[in-house]
Design a protein around this ligand. Sequence first.
Ligand SMILES: *[C@@H]1O[C@H](CO)[C@@H](O)[C@H](O)[C@H]1NC(C)=O
Ligand SMILES: *[C@@H]1O[C@H](CO)[C@@H](O)[C@H](O)[C@H]1NC(C)=O
Length: 363
Amino acid sequence: MAKQWLVFVATTNILVLLATLVSAANASMVTFVFGDSLAEVGNNNHLQYSLARSDYPWYGIDFSGKQATGRFTNGRTIGDILSEKLGVSSPPPYLSLSQNDDAILNGVNFASGGAGILNETGLYFIQRLTFDDQINYFKKTKERIRAKIGDAAANKLCNEAMYFIGIGSNDYVNNYLQPFLADGQQYTHEEFVEFLTSTLEQQFMRLYQLGARKILYHGLGPLGCIPSQRVKSKTGQCLKRVNDWVMEFNSKVQILIKSLNKRLPSAQFMFADTYPAVLDLIINPTTYGFKISNTSCCNVDTSIGGLCLPNSKLCNNRKDYVFWDAFHPSDAANQVLAEKLFNSLASASAAHTPAPAPAPKPH
Ligand SMILES: *[C@@H]1O[C@H](CO)[C@@H](O)[C@H](O)[C@H]1NC(C)=O
Ligand SMILES: *[C@@H]1O[C@H](CO)[C@@H](O)[C@H](O)[C@H]1NC(C)=O
């Protein structure tokens, strides 16, 4: 009976979160975004020595104004598209805000290209905001919010806000999978995944202590199939070993999130499993109107570097390609992925919200 009840409680939390998300088509939803280049909207433009940047052509060529903004794609990120669908504006980069900016009351994006769960991840980019840095900046943001609206209102705002987190890809691509870095030599994958998830647990707990209750963590995609990994295979295939590792990481994070939801009062953490949708898009590109998913539009498939540079020769039709550069999906692919994610959240919540949840049966 106890087990049944816990399952029920965990499910209810997730449904409440889904309902919040999907019914949040009101401009009052505050969102805080944490993550790496898949979610970044321009923090690294403000880091003078960072090598993980995208504030030059051809990035942004399909963004409004055709300008490079620091997004690592030709157009919008998945987060931009989800924000559009929720009717809220995509929050601005933390480092673009002035000390006393009122914009913080509507949400902030802390994501930074090259960042990982671990401090040492992405070291060779010289500067990036690690997940710990991002959480420190969130703490500062909360202090500024408190200075503006007072303690009680600041706590309420932080409790009710949505937290989108997409981090962990670089702990593989720009750390564990790089043969010249220490972590890949030092740890077996079992040990490494334990290190990652125990670090992530501390980070989730810190966010919770700072008031975060509604967290949506985006699981990792099939990293073995991104162009920068395929080039390591003689035949250009997906690296199965890498995909197996990522799936193991994802399942450990799912277990962690379930356990945090049980342990932390009113925590509504959720795992968004993006892996199957991304894999399907890569394996069956034509189903979604794409032609090519095994190389990048920018034709920059290398395992280090791999960004689209001003001297790159672009593909003829950017909508034919799932990948923009060696790591990041194109705007067109982000559109498909954001729609899939949104629809799965909407249908999960619609399927459960109309009828009141039944009381758990004792047995
Ligand atoms: C990163 O470094 C900071 C400061 O040195 C330290 O407090 C923190 O625990 C480290 N975090 C990780 C994830 O290693
Ligand atoms: C991508 O797949 C196509 C069709 O199977 C193949 O002809 C091409 O060589 C592949 N490209 C790369 C970079 O592996």
